[in-house]
Design a protein around this ligand. Structure first.
Ligand SMILES: [Zn+2]
Length: 418
């Protein structure tokens, strides 16, 4: 499918202007508020989305009681029987950095030199720290002013989907089947699909929540949490010989016997890890919290049985010591659900190639709304939204990425009509 210059430039203008507007609304999610959505700003951005979706005359536009936004775009005339698909992006931004009063800044025609920020003279971003910049020389880049994150994760995803919708509405001859849009709250705190209405979703979806242009992700971590409780025996330290079993000292020994080569700070790409994220206690009682991550569930099972064998060994060595485990499966590698349905990925890969980009088939060292949706029965790969250095004050995006992701959205819908 040829897309005219006029359509491409509309995609660019729509995605860019909407993005610059959305980032001015603070939608930082909160893991402690206990409300759904977790912050008021997400409701405000959601209200804006409802009015923009209604302006585009989408059908069944809704902001529900938990802040989810849903809307439908009927098929192009004659394509009503094409596979229905959905597009998702998330409303919230990470609480790792402030998302309030974001003042985006555009660097025109980036020349490769270190990027500076008006509101923090000590903050700098270089190509050495961020090799992705090497591919973006000559692009227009958007950064924050240095005091906040930018919010491309994931307001870029929302803006890109909105730009695609604007084009479909203005050019009703462009072929696509029925399309459902969903913007979710609280993805960053792991609750993005907790209250999603499955009966409002299309049977196949795509999230726009990835990084670099061309990224297509059908794999994410298989994720486990482990709580380990150590029970010891206390005694007066002066008279403790052969009596005391010091829970916190033995807990420390347990943690240090896990392989150092399998920690987040020693692994990358497809390597998995044990991560001790919290540790506390006394001589009677100690507790260590872990997360276990791998792309292969068998590798995580191997880690759990290694922990079990360590437990047996230590309990035999230190009579009186008790060790108890609680393992919880947090989310699955979505590839378990996607590998038997190669067409869903192939279509996205074709759309990326037809947009003139190289497909970067990567595995997410984390989870996405798509991973949880896939496990709930809606296969949902993840596509690039274009933002780089997520969750930090140095987050940035190329304006070209906004346009290209919107174009990929239009092309995915077209590919399904073939
Ligand atoms: Zn995101």
């Amino acid at each position: 499918m040829e897309l005219s210059e006029e359509i491409l430039s509309l995609l660019f203008d729509e995605a860019l202007s909407r993005f610059l507007n959305y980032v001015t609304i603070d939608t930082t999610s909160s893991s402690t508020s206990g409300t759904h959505p977790s912050s008021e700003g997400q409701l405000r951005l959601g209200k804006l989305m409802v009015s923009e979706l209604k302006e585009l005359h989408l059908e069944n536009v809704e902001q529900d009681e938990n802040g989810y936004i849903y809307a439908d775009l009927p098929a192009t005339a004659g394509y009503e029987n094409v596979q229905a698909i959905g597009f998702l992006a998330h409303l919230d931004t990470s609480n790792a950095t402030s998302g309030a009063n974001i003042e985006p800044k555009v660097i025109e025609n980036y020349d490769g030199s270190p990027i500076t920020f008006p509101k923090d003279a000590n903050l700098i971003l270089t190509k050495e720290e961020c090799p992705e910049l090497n591919d973006l020389i000559g692009h227009d880049l958007i950064t924050s002013s240095g005091d906040t994150l930018l919010g491309a994760d994931d307001k870029a995803g929302i803006a890109e989907i909105m730009a695609a919708l604007a084009v479909w509405v203005k050019y009703p001859e462009l072929p696509h089947g029925p399309i459902t849009i969903c913007f979710t709250p609280d993805e960053e705190i792991g609750e993005g699909t907790d209250f999603i209405k499955m009966d409002r979703m299309a049977p196949i979806c795509y999230t726009f929540d990835g990084g670099e242009m061309g990224e297509l992700e059908t794999e994410c971590f298989d994720a486990w949490g482990a709580k380990v409780v150590f029970k010891g025996v206390s005694a007066h330290p002066g008279y403790a010989k052969d009596k005391m079993v010091n829970a916190i000292r033995l807990a420390a020994s347990f943690v240090s016997q896990l392989p150092e080569g399998e920690t987040p700070e020693r692994t990358e790409k497809r390597e998995g890890f044990y991560h001790c994220m919290n540790f506390k206690g006394s001589e009677e009682l100690a507790e260590a919290l872990f997360i276990l991550r791998d792309f292969d569930v068998q590798e995580n099972k191997r880690r759990m049985s290694f922990m079990e064998s360590l437990k047996e060994k230590m309990m035999a060595e230190y009579p009186g010591l008790e060790i108890e485990f609680t393992f919880t499966h947090q989310y699955e590698n979505m590839n378990v659900y996607l590998k038997d349905k190669p067409k869903i990925k192939e279509i996205a890969a074709n759309a990326i190639e037809n947009a003139g980009l190289e497909v970067k088939d990567t595995a997410i060292r984390g989870g996405t709304d798509g991973a949880r949706l896939s496990a709930k029965g809606i296969p949902t790969p993840n596509l690039f939204a274009g933002g780089i250095m997520f969750h930090s004050r140095r987050e940035f995006i190329s304006t070209k990425a906004l346009q290209k992701a919107a174009e990929v959205c239009v092309r995915i819908a077209f590919e399904w009509t073939k």
